[in-house]
Design a protein around this ligand. Structure first.
Ligand SMILES: NC(=O)c1ccc[n+]([C@@H]2O[C@H](COP(=O)([O-])OP(=O)(O)OC[C@H]3O[C@@H](n4cnc5c(N)ncnc54)[C@H](OP(=O)(O)O)[C@@H]3O)[C@@H](O)[C@H]2O)c1
Length: 285
């Protein structure tokens, strides 16, 4: 990279992996536009870390996203890194998830990711360089039961990342997808809050499924230490600073086993493996 100070944009920088990534990028000499809804958190971060520029945006609100993208499009400094990190999950069998909550989730996890990327690309193309990092998940390659709407959004992030990687290579812009397993952030609390009282509204037919899946996931997590964000943010930084980043990085609990089996087994065998692992094998309602 040249002498001029480079700018990075990180969405979802008020918490978890986005916050840690923003801190690391600032420490590596980037000016970091740190975006999220909770401006108090972002301002606090900017007070603590030199080089952070806090910017408020609600990625669930298309009008606010347009306003934010207007600001991004007018940046005069060279923008060389975009980390599309903001995202959240909701739980529930597909019959128990309203289309409205699914649309909102896709607004944040997918459509805003695409729109913010579009806003950044003219700046990156004019420099013929840049790195886009998209936060996918291990569930970008297979759905855990009862969180398929979230998985669907991450499958879409994978497809967009794969397509961008090929489309942008001629301009020298690199695209990296990150597939974390479970990481200790605010992610779970937000998922609980956004899901609400699933058992209270679930069709009685589904209750045995939720119970079995809950017990299955409990068993899966037995003895597992869920790592903090640093495991992933170190990878993100290495990828950004690398001369030749990989297309995809996976890390965290279950990533090796589940993604390994996904790559190795045929569809029938993999879904048997997943049903067994998640406690639903043999269940009849
Ligand atoms: N933690 C995990 O186990 C895990 C595993 C795999 C993948 N991931 C993915 O990793 C990414 C980061 O998650 P995390 O674990 O760091 O979660 P987190 O601690 O909950 O952070 C999520 C960030 O997204 C922002 N965000 C959420 N809704 C937003 C909205 N409407 N507008 C603007 N910003 C919004 C939040 O900021 P505000 O609330 O301030 O807006 C927050 O900064 C997500 O894409 C997630 O899907 C997480």
């Amino acid at each position: 990279m040249g002498e001029q100070r480079q700018t990075a944009l990180v969405t979802g920088a008020s918490s978890g992996m986005g916050r840690e990534t923003a801190i690391k990028l600032a420490g590596s000499g980037f000016t970091v536009i740190a975006a999220a809804r909770r401006m108090n958190r972002l301002k606090e971060l900017a007070d603590q870390v030199q080089g952070i520029v806090p910017k408020q945006v609600d990625l669930a609100d298309p009008e606010d996203v347009e306003r934010f993208c207007g600001y991004v499009s007018e940046l005069e400094d060279p923008l060389s890194v975009l980390v599309n990190n903001a995202g959240y999950s909701i739980r529930g069998a597909i019959e128990d998830v309203s289309l409205g909550s699914m649309k909102r989730l896709f607004e944040v996890n997918l459509f805003s990711l695409v729109r913010v990327t579009q806003a950044c690309l003219p700046n990156m193309r004019s420099q013929r360089q840049g790195t886009i990092v998209n936060l996918s998940s291990i569930v970008g390659k297979f759905p855990f039961p009862m969180s398929s709407v979230y998985a669907a959004s991450k499958y879409a992030v994978e497809a967009i990342s794969d397509a961008l990687r090929v489309e942008l290579r001629p301009f020298g812009i690199r695209v990296v997808a990150i597939r974390p397993g479970p990481i200790a952030t605010e992610f779970n609390d937000v998922a609980n809050e956004m899901t609400g009282d699933l058992m209270a509204r679930a069709d009685p037919d589904y209750k045995p499924l939720y119970q079995a899946a809950g017990a299955g996931m409990g068993k899966l997590f037995e003895g597992v230490t869920v790592p903090g964000p640093e495991l992933i943010t170190n990878i993100i930084l290495d990828a950004i600073l690398s001369d030749s980043p990989r297309a995809v990085y996976s890390a965290g609990p279950f990533s090796e086993e589940f993604l390994g089996q996904r790559a190795k087994l045929d569809d029938d065998a993999f879904y048997d493996f997943l049903t067994e692992k998640t406690g639903l094998m043999g269940l009849k309602v």
